[in-house]
Write a new protein. Sequence first.
Length: 133
Amino acid sequence: MAKVDKQGRVVFTPQQWLMAAAYHQRPKAVKAALKAGAKVNGRVHRRDFTPLHWAGFMIGGNRVERTNARKVAQILLEAGANRNARDGNGRTPTELARENNKARNSEHFIRFVDNWKPGAKVHRSPKRKIRAK
């Protein structure tokens, strides 16, 4: 639970910032939260998600969001995230991504996480071909 300071502003811990940054797929914020001391495999939510679970939980439909999801995954994996970690229901981050997103949105994230090797580069998602009606 977030704390409130004397001025009534909400103060989040680095771990809470990391979870939010992973969920919203913000690579720079993920780096900042890790630098501030957040644990890459830490859990602060009742669902027992790691930051990598949150990165795969809500992958947006546009190319930038899909690319950012993979960038966040890369940052977390390079920092030592466990790609085989299980949530409260026994799902890995890639299984969760497969369940909660359309296949076309999650396939690049799943492939990237499953095949990740140190030093791997993130490439932009390919443009989808639009069929003429």
